[in-house]
Design a protein around this ligand. Structure first.
Ligand code: R5P
Length: 288
């Protein structure tokens, strides 16, 4: 097996696994078309580790680049092509919410399969609904909250309580709380699908707690900042906020960092606040 990537993240995985690594060059034409180039010869089994970078490189460019690389790998003779996409784009549109909208998560998995991918390896997929389809490409969905648990442990919080900002993150909130041996509380979020506006309701029935908000994704940052407001009303002693994937469609990490005592995301996406390493999750997957 050979690891193909374009950054230190892929190289670190290859190094830990003791396998060869190969680089691809990322290129964006002035009209935003992608034209990546694989700098060498490929083998039969290739693991393409492609990580997104927030701000400079959007989800569409990233997806297009991954599709082009996959098809190029197939054209160059690879037959087993495993794609590590630490953040799987379009996974939030996991159903047709309103008549006439696309079923994006399914479409993206099918596109990757048709381009030649034989397996997808991802971290904390927003919804696992599609991966059980009989015709879906095999998907390994790895736990991105485990590195967050390790970071929370390092904080040595006195009286922590783990908070999830919406019901969709209930399972992860409870798992994080149970790994830390503390309580969990999940808030309720409603979103207007036309305007994107969200409302979060719920009480954190406690004072003087070290509240730790956990979520799978921060995109606009709206959810996180609303959850922080509720924690402030609950007279938290400290507020920490962590998420697996920091999309940061605008640089809201600046405000979120100011509004909290501790704030970080994992490095599934490269951002200025991706200080929680997640490569161990991928390394363990290939070792098991
Ligand atoms: C949605 O259900 C997710 O778990 C996140 O809460 C959401 O994607 C965050 O989005 P935003 O930062 O735009 O509020």
């Amino acid at each position: 097996m050979i690891v193909l990537g374009c950054d230190s993240f892929a190289e670190a995985v290859a190094h830990s696994l003791g396998v060869k690594s190969l680089r691809f060059e990322r290129r964006t034409f002035p009209d935003w078309e992608q034209c990546p180039r694989i700098l060498g010869e490929v083998e039969d089994h290739v693991v393409l580790i492609n990580r997104m970078k927030s701000e400079e490189f959007n989800t569409n460019s990233y997806l297009m680049e991954t599709l082009l690389l996959t098809r190029t790998l197939r054209d160059m003779g690879a037959t087993k092509i495993e794609l590590v996409m630490p953040y799987l784009v379009y996974s939030r549109q996991d159903r047709v919410f309103r008549h006439g909208e696309p079923y994006s998560s399914r479409t993206v998995l099918d596109l990757l399969r048709d381009a030649g991918a034989t397996k997808i390896i991802t971290i904390s997929l927003h919804s696992t609904k599609d991966i059980d389809r009989p015709d879906s490409i095999p998907v390994a969905n790895l736990d991105g909250f485990a590195p967050i648990v390790e970071r929370i442990k390092q904080l040595n919080l006195k009286n922590p309580i783990i908070t999830g900002p919406d019901l969709g993150v209930t399972k992860a909130t409870k798992l994080v709380a149970s790994a830390l041996g503390c309580d969990a509380v999940v808030l309720k979020k409603t979103r207007d699908h036309a305007t994107g506006e969200i409302k979060i309701t719920g009480d954190i029935p406690t004072q003087n707690k070290d509240i730790v908000i956990v979520d799978d994704i921060i995109s606009t940052g709206w959810t996180m900042s609303e959850a922080i407001k509720i924690c402030k009303k609950a007279h938290a002693r400290t507020i920490s906020a962590f998420a697996v994937h920091g999309l940061f469609t605008t640089p809201t990490y600046i405000q979120l960092r100011r509004a909290t005592n501790n704030f970080a995301v994992t490095d599934t996406i490269q951002t200025p606040v991706s200080s929680i390493p997640s490569s161990s999750v991928i390394i363990n997957h290939f070792r098991s």
